[in-house]
Design a protein around this ligand. Structure first.
Ligand SMILES: [Ca+2]
Ligand SMILES: [Ca+2]
Length: 427
């Protein structure tokens, strides 16, 4: 059945060609022939519009051509090998012709304009270009491989030479950036520009762009800085350097770090409109909950060291919580006093916390998150009486201190103002 149809179509095509009209059968299932019609129609654009034989269902040519592709595959699979279709007759690959060519450095061009292709059946075989060996930024001669494939899948290749040439006096070489990875002490400023030198064959002062967006000078670590140099002719090159911000080693450097961190955290948890008491409560909660993990030891050589380790490692013991809260209180401009437990013997555990004064006298503030069984350990602005009552019940002598040199602690309780469950103040 198909064979007869095909023959009829072939005959019709021949007639149509002879009459300079395009013919097709609209209900034709073999879309291979439809595509042939289309091609003819495109080629013979002067064909009479009113020809009743022009098929009418292919207004959307892109759609029809994709249909064509899929049905082609089907037909070549299902057809017998008797060779009735053109694809089956087509066993000869397309022929590519082209000469070696030259372009000027920087010139734009179309690779395909340097070759022509012909095929025995396919009017427009596909051409692919492999220019992976070509470096247009560098004068020289390169191989370009063209491959032409006809509709039947026959393909042939042609390699021709592309020469990128430069006129004398042309600047085609990008600037050269030289520099080494570098490091700075924590807290020091950095001159990015001074880390590299840039030279160029033509341009005395190529532009240099520095991308330091990945660098955080406030946090010790190693970061990538990207330098991009461009000469007047638009040639550009890039160099990536590593910048290491060293760990603070001196107390002074640690203090800089602590100050910066405390200010950042404070800015994220408080507003200027808050009262000192509200700010102190935010500090108490930030330090006590979810930000510093409890560990049994810490370096207690100086509160700055404690705060530094607390901010940086986010873990520590009571000394760390005390030191971190102190740094935050200082950043908030709130008066604070260091408290250390009075130990009756050397074996007793140490403990540290703070006294805080927001204007109404000194109160205890202890940010250490005591173990769960002591969950009523709420020590925001508590009096001696209140904190010692807790000590007597849960942790004997934990907040005992020698009064000498210590500010007098207020006796009036403000606990009715604190809503520990809601993490808020009542007024
Ligand atoms: Ca062919
Ligand atoms: Ca140059």
């Amino acid at each position: 059945m198909k064979r007869i149809t095909l023959t009829v179509v072939s005959m019709l095509l021949l007639i149509a060609l002879a009459l300079n009209i395009t013919a097709c059968v609209s209900e034709q299932e073999n879309t291979d022939n439809q595509s042939k019609c289309e091609n003819l129609y495109e080629a013979e654009s002067e064909a009479p519009e009113d020809s009743s034989l022009i098929f009418s269902e292919n207004e959307d040519t892109s759609e029809s051509s994709s249909e064509t592709e899929s049905s082609e595959t089907e037909s070549s699979e299902t057809e017998s090998s008797e060779g009735e279709t053109e694809e089956e007759n087509d066993t000869v690959p397309p022929e590519l012709k082209g000469e070696d060519f030259e372009i000027l450095f920087g010139e734009t061009f179309d690779y395909k304009s340097f070759v022509t292709v012909t095929d025995d059946y396919d009017a427009a075989p596909e051409i692919s270009v492999d220019n992976s060996k070509v470096d247009l930024k560098k004068p020289g001669t390169y191989n370009v491989v063209y491959t032409a494939t006809d509709k039947a899948g026959n393909s042939s290749s042609l390699t021709i030479k592309l020469t990128v040439k430069v006129l004398p006096g042309t600047d085609y070489t990008p600037p050269k950036i030289t520099g080494k990875n570098f490091s700075i002490e924590f807290g020091d400023s950095v001159s990015y520009r001074n880390q590299v030198t840039v030279t160029d064959d033509y341009d005395e002062a190529p532009t240099l762009k520095i991308d330091n967006s990945k660098v955080d000078l406030d946090s010790p670590g190693t970061y990538t800085v990207i330098y991009t140099a461009t000469d007047k002719s638009g040639n550009s090159s890039q160099l990536k350097l590593k910048l290491t911000v060293k760990e603070p080693i001196s107390l002074e450097k640690m203090e800089e770090y602590v100050t910066v961190q405390a200010q950042k955290i404070l800015a994220s948890i408080t507003k200027d409109s808050m009262t000192p008491l509200e700010k102190a409560y935010k500090i108490y909660r930030w330090t006590k909950y979810n930000h510093i993990a409890y560990s049994k030891t810490s370096d207690k050589s100086h509160w700055i060291v404690g705060a530094y380790n607390g901010f940086k490692n986010r873990r520590g013991d009571c000394f760390t919580y005390f030191a971190v809260s102190k740094a935050l209180l200082i950043a908030a401009g709130i008066e604070t006093f260091d408290m250390e437990k009075h130990r009756t013997d050397e074996k007793a555990t140490r403990h540290y916390w703070a006294l805080v004064n927001v204007g109404d006298g000194w109160y205890h503030m202890d940010c250490t998150p005591f173990a769960a069984k002591r969950k009523n350990a709420n020590f925001f602005m508590v009096t001696n009486e209140e904190i010692w009552a807790w000590d007597d019940k849960y942790y004997k002598g934990e907040h005992t201190y020698l009064p000498e040199g210590v500010p007098e602690v207020a006796t009036e309780s403000i606990q009715d103002r604190v809503n520990y469950n809601w993490a808020s103040l009542k007024y």
